[in-house]
Design a protein around this ligand. Structure first.
Ligand SMILES: [Zn+2]
Length: 469
């Protein structure tokens, strides 16, 4: 070894030397023990947090409580005393006597659960359980109890009953939450989410004059529920005024059932865009106009219907496109239609995906124009923005389902829900339970009692995890 070599080798050593010499002291037993204890305490705390968030039992830590499945299903059966029909369905129209009676019943359950009950200025029924942290914003759960005419006994009602059952369970076990918990029964969901939209200031004054299915204009309906239509604007809450909103709801589709799955972790409520479609060709005599000379607007519209369906079917993803209304003009048996008015609706979780689906359909329309010698105009007339659920809420719901041993999947909601409005106030999540045959808004709507109990158990565990988060 040369000197240079030795110097080179020793240089780093000599630079490290002071550290090396002090190292034994730094790494001495008291230090390392302290560090180890700190680390293990942190790790243990993390473990405990994760275990509790997931609802798992850790040695020395109690299992989280479970909902009372029979009481929950009895609650749901009791709801049918207010508007239940002989065919198993329910007609409990918003603002009807049945609606008022059902809410009175829910008020009684809220009181039994020790909640402070109030009705806000919009007519939403609210049960509040105080939290231990005065600075914490409320965690909100709930759904709606109103139905469509000849509706089912599960839509909205499962989430309402489950929210009440969760409150009863917390009361039974005397569980203190850090956040206040609010159980909200939103009013008039089926007639346009009036209650939840009022909380985000999106009910337009003209809406108050709309006569609902119960025969009561919304204005009178709000007053009947104990709200004040003249002060509706004051019902609005501030963005950021809640820690989160979690809603349990029936799927209203057959995706879970088809997959043999028990819990749907909702990724969001799909956005919707609708267009008026006008196809213009040439109106002419149906007897004297030879086939090659026709510019038949309805035949072109038929091509358009097929094109929209093909685009939505062949593109990867879960987007849906529908031509739901079509009218031939003049609409006579002996006239080649000169004009067709139709609608196009596209839904997806991402508005940008809706744009891409629309662009492909529009390109199809340009081809049809050339083929059929017609013009096709597409004018957007409606938009409902997608409301994605909060990623953390998805994880929490998923972990709760997994820990309870329930099969689960992530999925979008194709139907609108109060959670969509609530998303403007803070993070939201949704839990779906299966709908038999995917049937909803019908007396045949059905969700099995075990599925309802599973959904409520996931709701409770998720709420407890959110409270700790
Ligand atoms: Zn609903």
């Amino acid at each position: 070894m040369t000197l240079a070599h030795r110097l080179h080798r020793s240089a780093p050593h000599s630079r490290r030397a002071p550290h090396s010499r002090r190292a034994p002291h730094l790494r001495g037993a008291p230090h390392s023990r302290r560090a180890f204890l700190q680390l293990s305490a942190l790790a243990a705390a993390g473990l405990v947090d994760r275990a509790l968030a997931a609802g798992r039992s850790l040695r020395g830590f109690p299992q989280p409580p479970t909902v009372d499945a029979s009481r929950l299903n009895a609650l749901l059966a009791d709801f049918r005393r207010f508007g239940g029909t002989d065919d198993g369905g329910t007609t409990r129209l918003a603002y009807s006597d049945e609606d008022l009676a059902g809410r009175d019943y829910a008020t009684g359950v809220m009181r039994r659960a020790g909640l402070e009950v109030s009705t806000d200025l919009a007519g939403n029924l609210i049960g509040r359980r105080p939290g231990t942290d005065p600075a914490a914003q409320p965690i909100i759960t709930g759904s709606h109890m109103d139905t469509v005419p000849s509706g089912g006994s599960y839509d909205g009602q499962v989430g309402s009953a489950a929210a009440l059952e969760v409150a009863l369970t917390l009361h039974d076990h005397d569980i203190a939450l850090r956040h206040p918990l609010e159980v909200i029964i939103f009013q008039n969901e089926e007639g346009g989410k009036t209650g939840s939209r009022a909380l985000v200031g999106r009910v337009f004054p003209f809406e108050l004059d709309i006569v609902t299915a119960s025969g009561h204009p919304i204005r009178d309906g709000i007053a009947r529920l104990g709200g004040d239509p003249a002060r509706l604007a004051e019902a609005q809450r501030d963005p950021g005024s809640m820690a989160g909103f979690l809603e349990l709801h029936i799927e209203q589709g057959a995706f879970l059932e088809a997959g043999g799955l028990q819990i749907g972790v909702v990724e969001g409520i799909v956005g919707i865009r609708r267009w008026n479609v006008t196809v213009r060709g040439a109106q002419n005599h149906a007897g004297t106009t030879p086939m090659p000379q026709r510019r038949d607007a309805l035949v072109a519209a038929a091509d358009f219907v097929r094109a929209a369906n093909e685009v939505a079917t062949t593109m990867p993803g879960r987007q849906v496109a529908t031509v739901g209304r079509i009218e031939a003009i003049p609409g006579a048996p002996n006239v080649v239609p000169g004009e067709v008015r139709a609608t196009l609706e596209i839904r997806d979780l991402e508005m940008s995906k809706i744009d891409r689906v629309f662009a492909a359909i529009e390109a199809g329309a340009r081809t049809i124009e050339a083929d059929r010698e017609v013009t096709i105009t597409l004018e957007q007339f409606y938009e409902s923005l997608a409301a994605p659920t909060d990623p953390r809420f998805r994880d929490i719901v998923e972990a709760a389902a997994a820990d309870l041993g329930y099969s689960h999947t992530r999925m979008p909601s194709g139907a609108g829900h109060d959670a969509q409005s609530m998303a403007e106030l803070g993070p939201v999540g949704m839990i779906f339970v299966p709908s038999r045959g995917g049937i909803s808004h019908s007396p045949d709507e059905y969700t099995a009692p075990d599925d309802i109990a599973r959904g409520a158990s996931v709701l409770l565990r998720s709420l407890l995890a959110l409270d700790r988060g």
